[in-house]
Design a protein around this ligand. Sequence first.
Ligand code: SF4
Length: 257
Amino acid sequence: MKLLLHACCGPCSLEPVRLLLEEGHDITIAFANSNIQPSEEYDHRLQTLLTWANEEGIPVVDFPYDPAAWHEFAGVIQLTGGPRTERCRRCYHMRLEEAAAYAATHGFEALSTTLAVSPYQLFDICHEELVDVCDRWNLTPIWQDFRPYYPEATRRSREAGMYRQNYCGCAYSKAEADAERAARKAQRARQNAEREAAEAHERAERNAKRAAYDAKQRAKKAARNAARAAAKAEAAAQAQPEHATMQHIPSEESEEA
Ligand code: SF4
């Protein structure tokens, strides 16, 4: 099928592209991601994707970057206190809608997205939005669970030295990812402190037991030495008076004299 593949970034494209090519699809990549902030980050992700796609000979359509429009449509949910699920649903919808409109007007038959490789995305909501835009633009949605291939995508992208971002894309997701990382770090520090305290306690107990054992052994040895000395002294004392009596008792002969 002539397939337009919406791609969120280079690393997430590796495995879906490999699998979809194996299935015989004719792939063009659509970089439609006005959610990414700041603009330097957008450029970095786009350049990473372009470099790789160029090496692979896969065409890329670079959509206009319009973060203000994204904020008006999806980011606004955050400001009104809406849930992340709704913010992300709108975000998926906006990006896939742009890609679907392009696909339908440029001879494509099907639409898919690399978002289905990331375990961090809202899989079912993303699927619903893909099906919705494809229905309206008369395209075939190609939806597969690429998530089992995420570790391989991570390995390959690391091996290739690709830039790998550590947050989804919008400024809210960056703040959320930073907070989650800080919470994980604090938890690790707490666990380390608890483990070290437990180890120190065990060490102190072991040392106290050893010290008590050593003291007991020393006391036993001292008692043994004292008993030996006492026995020796007693033996010496018993030997001494016999000798003295022999010297001082007068003989019967001398008494008679
Ligand atoms: S977290 Fe990701 S999917 Fe959700 S709104 Fe932000 S950029 Fe879009």
